[in-house]
Design a protein around this ligand. Structure first.
Ligand code: F0G
Length: 434
């Protein structure tokens, strides 16, 4: 394979590997990342911004995709013919008075990654990961998942003739909608009596013993696709840089990708300054927050307790070192929120007409906390990354309004009103409302 622009490099010792080397860690044990020769890219494509603008509104694959619109910055050596795209991206950046008022933040934007084809941001990484797998000739792909990576991987593998998706799920720790996605897209679905961290260890072992391509975010090519969330947000803002990105953190791949993409965008002159980053965790699973409190000198591992934010119930985040680097480089902060706070914040976004998952509720609750502390100022421009759609967690949304969640009572409950099928009873129910 001729690779012109990119190679793999260890984030700790800097050792280089070719991009067709199938490996997820350096020989020294640390994580790898894809490094692009940005000077060569700038030389080959001096008009990057104009290229990205010219692809807006296109209907043809692959440039209609909100990932492949930025092809030159994602995987510049990947031939267009290898791309597996649904397409993905092009998600809404919500901005309304209603939302600003609800979250007491004048210049608030919500980037709704739940509007991707499998209803989470994972499609952006997976179009890159599965395309790279196809490019390498891999026919089996696998991941451990709290439910969203698995849905995306299954859906993208399903598009490729002869490709088999294999998912490792913590038994009964994901939502029924997420489970339905993996099995109905045809993935071999292993429901394992452990937690996400247990699944992660197993899938890494399995991929070391069989010719199966690992598509967790320790696969550096997936991170490249996920960078497009930040790039697309910047483009939607007319390349104006917000003051803050607020993002939920689980395995810590997404915040790493956001940071990497923003640094590259600045190096290439697409933007002229950097925003700050705020990573938010649920208290029940907060190893990254605990590490932040030590200035990332320690790398705490916790046993993640149950949380409504089940997709970020992770005690030993694989990409923590990349994420820590990003937080430090962006003068960032890490916060944690309680169960009641994350459900309240989810309820507030839902009530403003934007359906979000509880994991996104974590980010929104983090925003409220950082605004209350004054860490985020009143006039600052804030982008919150909403990572999945509320429809993936519908039982939770109903139970919340029924008042059935012991530790998260709604401040504005709106349970269904049961009426018998009689006109006077229906009218009585309406009149009672006034
Ligand atoms: N939000 C949602 C909806 C997620 O599914 C995840 C991760 C995150 C946030 C956290 O992102 O791991 O990059 O820090 N879900 C993974 C999965 C672990 O398997 O679906 P992260």
């Amino acid at each position: 394979m001729t690779t012109t622009f990119s190679h793999l490099a260890c984030i700790a010792c800097g050792r280089r590997y070719e991009t067709d080397d199938i490996r997820y860690r350096c020989d020294c044990g640390d994580l790898l990342e894809v490094r692009h020769d940005l000077e060569a890219l700038a030389h080959a494509y001096p008009d990057l911004k104009a290229r990205f603008e010219s692809r807006l509104g296109k209907f043809e694959k692959p440039y209609c995709s909100g990932v492949w619109r930025y092809h030159e910055l994602i995987l510049p050596d990947l031939p267009v013919a290898a791309i597996v795209s649904k397409p993905e991206g092009n998600t809404n950046l919500y901005h309304s008075e209603r939302l600003s008022r609800a979250f007491n933040t004048r210049n608030l934007y919500l980037k709704h990654e739940g509007e991707n084809p499998t209803l989470s941001f994972k499609d952006r990484g997976m179009t890159a990961g599965v395309s790279w797998a196809r490019h390498l000739g891999m026919t089996r792909v696998a991941c451990a998942s709290t439910g969203d990576t698995s849905a995306a991987m299954a859906a993208y593998a399903a598009e490729v003739d002869g490709m088999r998706g294999i998912v490792f799920l913590p038994h009964e720790k994901i939502s029924p909608e997420q489970l339905a996605q993996a099995i109905s897209y045809g993935a071999l679905t292993l429901a394992i009596e452990t937690d996400f961290d247990g699944c992660m260890r197993l899938v890494a072992e399995v991929c070391a013993r069989r010719p199966i391509y690992l598509l967790n975010s320790m696969n550096s090519f997936r991170i490249e696709g996920q960078k497009a969330i930040g790039l697309e947000t910047l483009q939607q803002l007319g390349w104006r840089v917000p003051d803050w990105f607020v993002i939920p953190v689980g395995n810590a791949g997404n915040i790493s990708a956001l940071g990497k993409g923003l640094l590259e965008a600045r190096a290439l002159g697409l933007i002229d300054r950097l925003p700050r980053l705020a990573g938010i965790q649920a208290r029940a699973a907060d190893p990254f927050y605990r590490g932040f409190l030590t200035g990332f000198k320690q790398r705490p591992v916790v046993e993640a307790a149950p949380t409504y934010a089940s997709a970020i119930r992770i005690g030993d985040p694989v990409s923590r070192d990349k994420a820590a680097r990003a937080v430090l480089a962006f003068d960032g902060v890490v916060e944690e929120v309680e169960e009641a706070e994350l459900m309240e914040a989810k309820g507030m976004a839902d009530r403003a007409g934007v359906s979000v998952c509880p994991n996104s509720g974590v980010a929104l609750a983090g925003l409220r906390k950082l605004r209350a502390q004054g860490t985020i100022g009143d006039a600052e421009t804030v982008v919150v990354i909403l990572t999945a759609h509320g429809a993936k967690f519908s039982r939770l949304g109903v139970d919340y309004h029924l008042g059935a969640l012991a530790d998260a009572q709604p401040s504005a409950p709106n349970p269904p009103v049961r009426v018998r099928p009689l006109l006077d009873q229906v009218l009585a129910a309406l009149d009672k409302e006034g």
